[in-house]
Design a protein around this ligand. Structure first.
Ligand SMILES: [Zn+2]
Length: 82
């Protein structure tokens, strides 16, 4: 994959309402979008999944540090909730 491909893919996510968020525990950067207060979409990049210290599940990677970071971002208004 070229760098241009990576960039356009990234911009696509950002346009789709995803925000970049760094896990406070492992500093992995993932793309997060809140579609409702209860629903959170997290897009893991390959690099982020590799960096996260948590043993990631095969289908739905979760990291306790990331969850806390998302809550924090919602509280501070960094992450928009519709
Ligand atoms: Zn993490």
């Amino acid at each position: 994959m070229t760098r241009a491909d990576t960039l356009s893919e990234r911009q696509e996510y950002l346009r789709g309402g995803f925000a970049e968020l760094a896990c406070e525990r492992c500093a992995a950067v993932v793309l997060v979008r809140k579609s409702s207060p209860q629903q959170t979409s997290v897009q893991w990049t390959t690099a982020a999944a590799r960096q996260c210290v948590t043993e990631l599940g095969a289908l739905v990677p979760t990291c306790p540090g990331l969850r806390a970071s998302i809550d924090q971002a919602v509280r501070t208004g960094r992450l928009e909730v519709p």
